[in-house]
Structures are given as structure tokens and as C-alpha cells.
Ligand binder design. Structure first.
Ligand SMILES: [Zn+2]
Length: 356
């Protein structure tokens, strides 16, 4: 079987002449190729690598154009090694429309080097059910990002009505004031995704992932709220001007939110007393993120969630948090390994890097 059943140069890569007989495909490091000794016939043949022909037909076309077939085989091999070839053209039917899902399919196909696998990954996203706890300035834009990325089912948990200060970019609007946040959130999601199924029930236990976007400062947000700790969950917050994403808890497999509390207590034995005061008298004024911080939190969380759903790479927020704050805007990763006193998981090493 041919390596590339219908060899296709990635259509989004520019083809540029470096000099009269050299073509460069792509401009970014790690995703381009330079083909030298290119005459007019070879250039025409390269343009024909668009998925319209099988690999065998491609070589027949090379011979018909007067090219050396062995050289054509060498060019195909080189393009393959350089990562500029798809095995077949991308089929837009894999996503059902050509709206915001098409760039997602292209991106997945690039990561997986196969339109077949890219289409399967998009289908898998469509089956996912994500529950977002908190239809607020972070949760609703996050839901919109996930919907626009192909996540098929979303639910929101929130009993509060919309306030004017809840309006946000990509989320609730000023016109939503006074409506239930959940109702307004569903409308915001449908603005970006015609395929989206926004569920109205609040069965967090049935979710593939629970995203905790309610403001919380000093305690495990799952405690006392009847939410299952068996569901995978991700904490997302902006605390004191710092975006904090993670940890992503895969119950029984990775460290949990209680582990993080125990580590914090190890560093500061007075932390439980301080946390109790924060829980008893939360400072609501500190909970409203700026528009930029809310957007950064939603986007960073969405990227980590998609990594988790796609399974292409281990999300950076497994047993860790990603933290982002002004003025340097440098992304910091803080490791939260399993705590020996928690017992939520057998002690396992950080799957990404050693704790520290
Ligand atoms: Zn734990």
C-alpha cells in the first residue's frame, strides 16, 4: 500500500521561488521543504500534488511530463520526511460544514499527518459532553471556544441571574441582564456553533469533564456541592490578577485538588486557618477578572481541554497548574504531585516532568 494514497501538499503552505530553479514550500521552521533543480515541468508536476491522483498516477504523470521517475520518487520521499505531505486531501464532509470547525480539522490533520485521523479526532470531539460550573465571564467564553472547536455537548451549572458586570467578550451580553445565566449562556453558545447541543439538565456526573469556573479562593470547589469526585475535572480561575489553570484531575490516576491543599499546608502550616477565614468571608470584589484576563483564562483552559480530549499529548495541567500574570505575561508551570497523606492515587511520578 502506498504511503500516501493520494499525495497532497498541505494546501495552506505557500510555494515560493527562492531562485530560478529552487522552490520553497512553507515558511516556518519544522514545517517546510526546499526543492532544488526545479524546471518548468517539475514545477507544474508539484502543483499537481493536490490529492487528485493516486501515488501511482502521480508517477505516471511525472514520466509523461518527461521527468526522471526516480527523481520524482525522491521528491515525494523528501516532501514526506519534511512533513509537508498529507496522505490524502482533507474532506470537509468530516466536519459537516465549512464554518469554524474547518480550521480545527486542518489543525488536527497537521498534528496527526492524516486527514483520516483528523476526521476521527473531530468526530470524537463531537461526542464529548462537558459541564461548565459557572456561566460567568470565564465559563461562557470557554464554552464558546469549545463549541467552536467541535465539542458536541455542553451544559452549564449556575443558579444566578445575569448582572451587567457579567457581560464579556465571547460570552454574556448587556442585553442578558436579569435573565438566568444558564439561559443566556446557551444563547451565547448557539451564536458560534450551529451543531452545538446545549443541554439544559445539570447532570455533572454524566459529563466527560467538569470544568470548575466558579470563583473560589481557598477550598476544594467540589466539597459540599454534591458533585462527583469520580468525574474528571479541571479548575479554572483568575485569582488576584493571576490566571490559574489546573490541575486537571483524572480521578484515581493523577493528583487531586486536596493534594494541592496538603502541599500548601506543608509550606505554610497556618494555611488551613487562613483558608477557613477566606471561605467564611469571601471577598467578592476580587472575583471579577478583567476582560483580558478572562479571555486569557478561557483560551488557555480551552487549549488544555482540547489536548485532553484529543489525546495527542498529555496536557500541561495534569498534576500541575499553568499560571499567567502581568506584567511579564510569562507562562509558569507549577507542579502538584500526589501528596502522600491524601491517598487519592498511588504515588506516581509527574507524567510530564519531575516535581519542583
Ligand atoms: Zn489527592
Amino acid at each position: 500500500m502506498a504511503l500516501h494514497p493520494r499525495p497532497t501538499i498541505k494546501p495552506w503552505l505557500p510555494k515560493l521561488w527562492r531562485d530560478p530553479d529552487t522552490i520553497q514550500i512553507g515558511i516556518d521552521p519544522g514545517g517546510g521543504a526546499v526543492v532544488s533543480g526545479v524546471d518548468a515541468a517539475t514545477a507544474h508536476w508539484l502543483v499537481g500534488l493536490d490529492g487528485s491522483r493516486s501515488e501511482a498516477e502521480t508517477l505516471v504523470a511525472a514520466a509523461a511530463a518527461g521527468l526522471d521517475v526516480a527523481n520524482a520518487v525522491g521528491i515525494l520521499s523528501g516532501l514526506h520526511r519534511s512533513g509537508v505531505l498529507l496522505s490524502a486531501p482533507i474532506d470537509v464532509d468530516d466536519v459537516g460544514d465549512t464554518g469554524p470547525l474547518l480550521p480545527e480539522l486542518v489543525n488536527l490533520t497537521t498534528a496527526l499527518t492524516s486527514p483520516l485521523h483528523g476526521g476521527q479526532a473531530m468526530t470524537a470531539r463531537g461526542r464529548q459532553h462537558i459541564v461548565i460550573d459557572g456561566a460567568n465571564r470565564i465559563g461562557v467564553p470557554l464554552g464558546a471556544l469549545l463549541a467552536a472547536s467541535g465539542v458536541g455537548r455542553l451544559s452549564f451549572l449556575d443558579a444566578q441571574p445575569v448582572r451587567r458586570c457579567d457581560a464579556g467578550v465571547g460570552g454574556l451580553s448587556l442585553d442578558d441582564e436579569g435573565e438566568p445565566r444558564v439561559t443566556a449562556a446557551q444563547r451565547a453558545i448557539r451564536r458560534i456553533s450551529a451543531l452545538e447541543q446545549v443541554l439544559t439538565h445539570t447532570a455533572a456526573d454524566e459529563a466527560d469533564l467538569l470544568v470548575l469556573c466558579q470563583p473560589w479562593t481557598a477550598h476544594d470547589p467540589l466539597q459540599g456541592r454534591g458533585m462527583s469526585e469520580r468525574t474528571a475535572h479541571l479548575a479554572v480561575a483568575v485569582r488576584q490578577g493571576t490566571v490559574v489553570i489546573g490541575p486537571l484531575v483524572l480521578p484515581g490516576r493523577t493528583s487531586c485538588l486536596h493534594c494541592a491543599e496538603l502541599h500548601r499546608t506543608d509550606r505554610d502550616p497556618r494555611w488551613p486557618a487562613l483558608a477557613a477565614q477566606l471561605v467564611a468571608a469571601p471577598n467578592r470584589a476580587m472575583h471579577e477578572p478583567t476582560s483580558v484576563l478572562a479571555s486569557l483564562a478561557a483560551a488557555l483552559a480551552a487549549a488544555q481541554i482540547l489536548d485532553h480530549l484529543d489525546g495527542i499529548r498529555v496536557p500541561e495541567v495534569v498534576q500541575a497548574t499553568l499560571e499567567l500574570r502581568p506584567p511579564d505575561w510569562q507562562l509558569h508551570r507549577r507542579s502538584w504531585p500526589p501528596h502522600a497523606d491524601c491517598g487519592c492515587v498511588e504515588a506516581v511520578p509527574d507524567p510530564i516532568r519531575a516535581a519542583g
